[in-house]
Write a protein that binds this ligand. Structure first.
Ligand SMILES: Cc1cc2nc3c(=O)[nH]c(=O)nc-3n(C[C@H](O)[C@H](O)[C@H](O)COP(=O)(O)OP(=O)(O)OC[C@H]3O[C@@H](n4cnc5c(N)ncnc54)[C@H](O)[C@@H]3O)c2cc1C
Length: 522
């Protein structure tokens, strides 16, 4: 029986809700919501093990465990105190690191439950949570051996936080995961040495980077002077509370929102890490040679897998923010009287606002269903620990772009239709940069749209359309037209210049592709 489903764990879980947290100092205290949880008719003997909870039971337990997080004073709380809440939540064991594979519905539900408070809490805690569970733990789960995955249980029991160090000052998701931080293999000492050779290679904007105990670092693996491409390493950032020698952490500074979250620039200088730091399910170093363990599965493809789960979670978070903002504003608008030539209509009956509420409800409904379908299909792949197929990866990219961009558009228009209310602190409008974070997290809108257009043009070249051009659909016509323009422009300059010169048409093509995918995805 797995530890998590054993009665021993159930007992320890309930005890952990009652006990003080070993990490807190000097006066450790669990959130009051968590304190209440076992007291409400749940003795140690009665508590169901977490793994046996039904979805409604689990949802209720997670809500109770996060009551204090939802009520957090984000302007007053330090990032250390916010991180402590994350440690406390982690140690409840409610969401296991391995749930991403074994119980992915809980993983997505947890993200949605936290995002439901985002108009009040902003993006800070939500990012902290997703970086830890999806990017850090998810990468270990996806790329690690079973022994490496087992380390996640130890981290959870100890309440240790992790971060994910991909983005660099001059590289990251936008560069297609190509990075400049280097991990050089030393056969003699059987260690890797991590280095950022220049400023551009330093890790940038790493969420939870100032407090994390461990990080997954994406670095270019070098062996015998040769690059083996980006690989993931699970390394200590701290030991016994002190930052590991050779690691430099720098605060990114104050942000418009989310200052309860620490963001760090991280530099590595001659940091030695053991061989086991390389997450080695798919590739390893054996006898001084690079060995790809699973044919046809390059490591960087598997690193990218985390982006799919992240994109679904981000898409749903954007929708949750929009919903929260519209619901609160609707309550205000329903009660607020306005001047009119006759009578005193309520604000929500002013025609342009009424139309916006209706439009938002319709659009959100379509998007909720679409991203819900993506989630359901992705869960099946996650349980099998397989990469999603191409139609699903495309649909997920569309869901990410559309949910975020439609939410940004609707919230922006709402702000400009509700008068002075939108300027008031506490209405949620001041947290609108939550959506800006959604825009570039796990793949920026523009980059994703460019990829859609590029992939489609490649397909168009490989499989030219048949039949008379007058009968081609809009997408095929657009591909053809754009290809001809690009070919012409390439004669006068290079490919990138030609591409940039036709950026408007590139995004127009992407819009057509997205409309088709949303229509046809089943
Ligand atoms: C709050 C926060 C938390 C973060 N947490 C993490 C984390 O935990 N781990 C991590 O690894 N990273 C993290 N990041 C980094 C984040 O993923 C990057 O900020 C993001 O990838 C965008 O990079 P950039 O800001 O350097 O954008 P830039 O490269 O400066 O680009 C700015 C904009 O220009 C456009 N653009 C850029 N290049 C192109 C191009 N070639 N063609 C067309 N358009 C382009 C895009 O619209 C882009 O948004 C975080 C960032 C923030 C702000």
């Amino acid at each position: 029986m797995a530890f998590w489903s054993s009665p021993v764990f159930a007992r320890r879980f309930v005890q952990s809700l009652c006990l003080q947290n070993a990490h807190t100092s000097p006066a450790p205290r669990l959130p009051s919501s968590v304190w209440r949880y076992p007291r409400r008719g749940m003795s140690t003997m009665q508590a169901p093990s977490i793994s046996q909870m039904s979805m409604p039971e689990w949802t209720e337990a997670f809500k109770r465990a996060t009551v204090d997080i939802a009520k957090m004073d984000i302007h007053g709380i330090s990032y250390e105190a916010s991180a402590q809440r994350m440690r406390d939540l982690l140690r409840t064991g409610l969401l296991k690191h391995t749930d991403l594979r074994e119980n992915p519905e809980r993983f997505f539900e947890a993200h949605r439950l936290l995002a439901a408070h985002s108009t009040q809490t902003g993006p800070g805690f939500w990012i902290r949570f997703t970086v830890h569970y999806n990017l850090m733990a998810g990468t270990v789960l996806g790329l690690g051996t079973e022994e490496q995955v087992a380390l996640l249980d130890d981290m959870q029991e100890r309440g240790e936080l992790g971060c994910f160090s991909l983005t660099e000052k001059l590289a990251g998701v936008n560069s297609g995961l190509i990075v400049n931080t280097i991990a050089t293999w030393d056969e003699h000492s059987q260690t890797f040495e991590l280095n950022c050779p220049d400023r551009g290679a330093q890790k940038n904007w790493i969420s939870q980077g100032l407090v994390a105990d461990k990080t997954v670092v994406i670095a270019d693996l070098r062996l015998n002077g040769q690059s083996c491409g980006p690989h993931a390493f699970l390394v200590d950032l701290r030991r016994d509370g002190a930052v590991v020698p050779g690691v430099t952490l720098k605060d990114m500074g104050r942000k418009t929102v989310g200052n309860d979250l620490d963001n760090a620039a991280i530099a590595f200088a001659n940091v030695r890490v053991p061989k086991g730091a390389l997450l080695s399910r798919y590739a390893d170093v054996e006898g001084g040679r690079y060995v790809q363990k699973v044919r046809g599965v390059p490591v960087f493809h598997m690193i990218g897998q985390r982006l799919f789960t992240g994109r679904v979670a981000v898409a749903q978070a954007a929708l949750a923010f929009r919903r929260g903002l519209f619901e609160a504003t609707q309550r205000h608008a329903d009660a607020k009287k306005c001047w009119a030539p006759e009578g005193e209509p309520v604000l929500s009956n002013v025609p342009q606002l009424k139309a916006l509420f209706a439009e938002a409800a319709d659009k959100a409904d379509v998007l909720e269903r679409f991203v819900g379908k993506c989630e359901a299909k992705l869960c099946a792949y996650l349980r099998r620990n397989e990469m999603p197929d191409i139609p699903l990866t495309e649909a997920i990219a569309v869901a990410k772009v559309k949910c975020v961009e439609v939410s940004i558009d609707l919230c922006h228009r709402l702000k400009n239709e509700v008068g002075s209310y939108a300027l008031m602190a506490g209405t949620g409008f001041e947290q609108s940069d939550f959506l800006t974070c959604c825009k570039f997290a796990e793949g920026d809108t523009r980059i994703l749209m460019q990829k859609m257009a590029r992939d489609r043009l490649r397909l168009h070249q490989k499989q030219p359309p048949v039949g008379p051009s007058a009968e081609w659909d809009e997408e095929t016509k657009k591909c053809n037209e754009l290809l001809m323009k690009l070919t012409e422009a390439e004669k006068c300059g290079d490919k990138q210049q030609a591409w940039d010169a036709h950026w408007v048409e590139v995004y127009e093509l992407a819009e057509i592709i997205m409309a088709r995918i949303m229509r046809d995805f089943a």
